[in-house]
Ligand binder design. Structure first.
Ligand SMILES: Nc1ncnc2c1ncn2[C@@H]1O[C@H](COP(=O)(O)OP(=O)(O)OP(=O)(O)O)[C@@H](O)[C@H]1O
Length: 250
């Protein structure tokens, strides 16, 4: 199989009460474009630490990473995180309205290019030109978010709506790999299913998706991996059948 993202020799060490503790060591993982891989395991086993390591957001983790055959050293941290996007459990939606919150990555990119001095003279690029309201509206509608008004204040959204807006914001940046850290936590089954459908469509369009989940499997994952006692293993087919019946395999 041709993998779009790979990680090898990944380790993460933390210090607890002055003592060093290895969460995991020598972990390897790879994912192909279009796959959905579920990452399960006991609480505290290091699932979030592993995903933040993949996104190069975890200063306590080390490893060798490659994207589309190129080593991580070929990318700036910003380029890497744009391609290997980490979506946290709790949506952080900044801005006065949903449209502003969704445009945030574009706003930051415009600011960055102007401070780096590569903004062209003449007419200034505005985030709203790069990502007009109409495109946001179309995207939200396509993601089953017709119920969400662009002018609404982010803090007025329900938990399910906030989760979908956060997801839409990341999907609009079109990452190669999406790392979804329990983004359906705290949602009712209906909203969790909406989120899963959005991710499924993204995978059908070629995105590689890794989901940390504590819910029983929903049948959408191409593989299930379990992280426990510092070791990452693929869950066997029989366990997946048990999980599909609603048993918690974490
Ligand atoms: N910044 C930090 N400093 C110290 N220890 C940390 C830090 N972040 C996480 N840990 C510890 O690392 C271990 C792994 O945490 P992590 O959040 O990655 O686990 P998890 O499997 O995602 O847990 P959960 O399923 O409960 O979200 C835990 O023991 C946690 O307390």
């Amino acid at each position: 199989m041709q993998y779009v993202f790979s990680a090898s020799d990944v380790s993460c060490e933390i210090v607890v009460d002055g003592e060093r503790r290895m969460i995991f060591d020598d972990v390897s993982f790879a994912i192909a474009s279009g796959e959905i891989v579920d990452l399960i395991g006991p609480s505290g086993s290091g699932k979030s630490s592993l995903l933040t390591a993949f996104a190069k957001l975890n200063p306590r983790a080390h490893g060798d990473f490659a994207l589309q055959g190129r080593p991580a050293s070929d990318f700036t941290p910003q380029q890497w995180r744009a391609q290997v996007a980490y979506l946290p459990q709790k949506p952080v939606l900044l801005g006065d309205c949903v449209a502003d919150a969704i445009r945030l990555p574009y706003t930051l990119a415009v600011r960055q290019s102007s401070t780096q001095g590569d903004g062209r003279r003449g007419r200034k690029t505005r985030p709203a030109d790069l990502l007009p309201d109409m495109r946001i509206r179309e995207t939200l509608d396509a993601l089953g978010c017709a119920d969400i008004d662009l002018g609404r204040a982010p803090h007025d959204l329900s938990g399910g709506q906030a989760a979908r807006v956060s997801l839409a914001r990341t999907l609009l940046t079109n990452p190669t790999v999406l790392l979804a850290d329990e983004v359906d936590a705290g949602l009712d089954d209906e909203n969790a299913d909406k989120v899963a459908t959005i991710l499924e469509h993204a995978a059908m369009d070629g995105m590689a998706v890794i989901r940390i989940r504590h819910r029983p499997t929903d049948g959408r994952a191409t593989r299930i991996m379990r992280l426990a006692d510092g070791v990452l293993t693929q869950v066997k087919a029989e366990s997946r059948i048990e999980a599909a019946k609603g048993g918690d395999i974490a």
